[in-house]
Design a protein around this ligand. Structure first.
Ligand SMILES: NC(=O)c1ccc[n+]([C@@H]2O[C@H](COP(=O)([O-])OP(=O)(O)OC[C@H]3O[C@@H](n4cnc5c(N)ncnc54)[C@H](OP(=O)(O)O)[C@@H]3O)[C@@H](O)[C@H]2O)c1
Length: 260
């Protein structure tokens, strides 16, 4: 796809996968709107990107884990006369405890950020994309979306929602020039596991470049797919979970993520 001169709105761009997307979109000539809470990090990233490319970069400091966050972001885009040609719904976090031991406020924020804001922003940008007959919505899922995960029950359920929602949205837009895609990474080397995780993923951490490469390969392909899984091993495992007995799959997932 040709992204030159388009505007890409990337949530969760202050680190990890979102930051890697920001660099790749700028290399491909897209102007950027970078959204996250850590405005100092965003401004530093904006300065770095402007120094190495000719694109414009706008930073927006926003907590996306509140129900009015999507509207706040749309209002800010309107105020700055920016339109989202591309929306990368990437901001998200996971909690790692038994549900009985979860911080209830934290899991509410997890659901609002990972699910409600992602849906609201998708719904907010879609009418404009359809009327212009051009747009891209990438929603970041996870390999955790393919099976329930004891010890990460809420996170895995949010990502199952993201995958189901986004695949349905693909079905509503297929045949138009609006591309909708859910990207499902496996364990990736970012700040994701830094906060509140007592376990480390069994299979090691892939670099963020794997996620970016797989995403652009899908977007550059002529045939539009609803969903991709990053990495051959992750892809194999996701498919295997559908063939194995569900109780065994859940127990194995729990062995990896329950820590007490
Ligand atoms: N790393 C993995 O193993 C992995 C695997 C599968 C899927 N994913 C998904 O990939 C996405 C990106 O995560 P990552 O791995 O790159 O982790 P990360 O390095 O922790 O990045 C998370 C990003 O989300 C932003 N964010 C978190 N809470 C926010 C809030 N309340 N409001 C606005 N922005 C918020 C963070 O920025 P601020 O802190 O500045 O707000 C940061 O930019 C997430 O959706 C995650 O679920 C990650």
């Amino acid at each position: 796809m040709d992204f030159k001169g388009t505007t890409a709105v990337i949530t969760g761009a202050s680190s990890g996968i979102g930051l890697a997307y920001a660099h790749e979109f700028s290399k491909r000539g897209a102007n950027l709107v970078l959204v996250a809470r850590r405005i100092d990090s965003l401004n530093k990233i904006a300065a770095d990107i402007k120094a190495e490319s000719n694109v414009s970069v706008t930073t927006v400091a926003l907590d996306l884990s509140t129900l009015d966050a999507g509207q706040k972001l749309m209002d800010e885009l309107g105020r700055q006369k920016l339109q989202a040609d591309i929306l990368i719904n990437n901001a998200g976090f996971g909690t790692n405890a038994r549900v009985a031991k979860e911080d209830r406020k934290k899991i509410q924020q997890e659901i609002v950020l990972n699910v409600a804001t992602l849906v609201d922003l998708s719904a907010a940008v879609l009418p404009g994309m359809l009327s212009r007959d051009f747009g891209v919505i990438v929603n970041i899922g996870s390999t955790a979306s393919f099976q329930p995960v004891p010890g990460m029950a809420v996170y895995a359920a949010t990502k199952a929602f993201v995958r189901s929602f986004t695949e349905a949205l693909w079905g509503e837009t297929v045949g138009t020039n609006v591309r909708v895609l859910t990207v499902n990474p496996g364990a990736t080397a970012t700040e994701f596991f830094d906060e509140g995780f007592k376990v480390s993923p069994a299979s090691g951490l892939a670099p963020v470049s794997d996620v970016v490469k797989a995403t652009f390969k899908a977007l550059d392909s002529k045939s539009s797919k609803p969903s991709i899984i990053v990495g051959a091993q992750n892809s194999f495992m996701a498919k295997a979970t559908r063939l194995l007995p569900q109780a065994a799959v859940i127990k194995v997932a729990g062995k990896m993520f329950l820590h007490d």
